[in-house]
Design a binder for this molecule. Structure first.
Ligand code: KIV
Length: 275
């Protein structure tokens, strides 16, 4: 199918219901992160189904070590920007660390604030059993919630490592159980990060809602990557699950070196580029 051609089928606005239909029909769901209008527009025009304004913006945009410092105000700022560029994909905003852990009421209030001020269609929360009440409260009030299990970067200080999760039977059982609890609480989809593919398969087959994998193997209903990893803008982060579809770090560097040479050598601007 030509995803850039603009058929009604491809360009119909993606909703949480559409994601469910896609799972039922066996159509894989293509997802990426974005943090600004320019990239969101390109992803939209390329046929992406879902854009996550991930709290990975802490690493990617702000250059921080972890995602923990990201604030609600920063999430709102970036989600608004993404929504300027993205029309067809479902836009999901990530709830930042400490915006939903204190109590279900606070989670509900913060989710409502982010949705109301940005116009996003859904919110994502990391965690299992502990976020079930918040998810039920949000879902009941019309705020669609997406779960996130396996490696949950907001818990880095608890685990002390970004290694794969669910590699022991106990941990795998707990993740499967959490996935079922999240589904019962009303999430419309679950991100599964860095878990064995067999566990990704088992969870995907156990749930009616879609699973979106990142390092969770090929059996998930959809896949997500951080867009800067997929495009090769990041070079010092190379986990096995990242496939690079371009080498933009090198492309931007080469172009900038050439531009600087031209400026220094008085080759830019030329007559045609001047008034
Ligand atoms: O913040 C993020 O970008 C994410 C994805 C890696 C799923 O949570």
């Amino acid at each position: 199918m030509d995803y850039a051609a603009g058929s009604d089928q491809v360009f119909r606005k993606v909703t949480t219901l559409r994601l469910l239909e896609m799972k039922k029909a066996g159509i894989k769901i293509s997802c990426l992160t974005a943090y600004d209008a320019l990239i969101a527009r390109i992803l939209d025009e390329s046929g992406i189904d879902l854009i996550l304004v991930g709290d990975s913006l802490g690493n990617v945009v702000q250059g921080k070590e972890t995602t923990l410092p990201v604030t609600i105000e920063e999430t709102i700022y970036h989600t608004k920007a993404v929504l300027q560029g993205a029309k067809r994909p479902l836009v999901v905003a990530d709830m930042p660390f400490m915006s939903f852990q204190v109590s279900p009421e606070e989670a509900f209030r913060n989710a409502g604030k982010i949705m109301k001020e940005t116009g996003c269609s859904a919110l994502k929360l990391e965690g299992g059993k502990l976020v079930v009440d918040a998810i039920a409260r949000m879902t009941e009030a019309g705020i669609p919630a997406m779960g996130h299990l396996g490696l949950t970067p907001q818990s880095i200080n608890r685990f002390g490592t970004y290694k794969a999760r669910g590699t022991t039977k106990d941990e795998a059982d707990q993740i499967l159980n959490d996935a079922k609890l999240l589904e019962e609480a009303g999430v419309f989809a679950i991100v599964l990060e860095k878990i064995p593919s067999e566990l990704g398969k088992k969870i995907t087959e156990s749930l009616a809602i879609p699973t979106i994998g990142i390092g969770a193997g090929p059996y998930c209903d959809g896949q997500i990557l951080v867009y800067t990893d997929m495009l090769g803008l990041t070079i010092d982060f190379s986990p096995r699950f990242v496939r690079r579809y371009a080498r933009l770090y090198d492309g931007i560097k080469d172009a900038t070196i050439k531009y600087t040479e031209d400026v220094k050598n008085k080759n830019f601007p030329n007559e045609q580029e001047s008034y």
